[in-house]
Design a binder for this molecule. Sequence first.
Ligand SMILES: Cc1cc2nc3c(=O)[nH]c(=O)nc-3n(C[C@H](O)[C@H](O)[C@H](O)COP(=O)(O)O)c2cc1C
Length: 218
Amino acid sequence: MNKILFSSASLILAVLFIPITLTFAEDLKPIQLLKPQVDRGRPLMQVLKDRSSSRSFRSEKLPLQVISNLLWAAFGINRPDTGKRTAPSAVNWQEIDIYIAMAEGLYLYDAKTHILKPVLSADIRAMTGRQEFVKDAPVNLIYVADFSRMGTATKEDKDLYSAADTGFIGQNVYLYCASEGLATVVRGSIDRQALAKAMKLRPEQKIILAQSVGYPKK
Ligand SMILES: Cc1cc2nc3c(=O)[nH]c(=O)nc-3n(C[C@H](O)[C@H](O)[C@H](O)COP(=O)(O)O)c2cc1C
């Protein structure tokens, strides 16, 4: 009898604790980002003076306008006639995708339409890094290289150029954050295998770095 009770309880617990990452994006809607405010921002030299890494975040969400500005600054299209971006990329491959993990779910930034496309309706922020604070940051950006966009480059070149291209994007985010008084840190300490699985990435997609963004804890 006890055994039956124990098995039933285990089953109920197992059902209750099915990882939330099993939830798909059906109930998440695309988010139309707002036009980036290109007339904002502090002088570049002052921003460079303030650029720094910070690992302490308030949980307060970022307004849509701030997320819109942040993503455009990171790797938005700044020359619509050519489709070129705010960060350079080797051979103009534009192989880096920015995923954004927030409490409500995971989205993919589509620079062409300036839309956040739903990927997963689960809070995977805690999985975006091995450090405690990542679950507190309202936004964790995940920089993912799509090797299938890098032509016939060797594996070594794909690794090298996608890492370099990510660095430029990360620095754009650092500069935007310094300009707006936001806290940020770029991060390599990630369980990439677990995160790629949670994000349901294809084999040719490779997680390069992540970057937390939020309001600084006072
Ligand atoms: C490629 C790269 C990976 C990094 N990975 C981490 C990380 O996993 N966790 C972390 O807290 N900081 C990480 N950082 C941030 C560095 O620790 C930080 O930039 C360095 O200490 C210098 O501090 P500053 O950015 O304030 O100048 C990383 C920086 C880079 C460039």
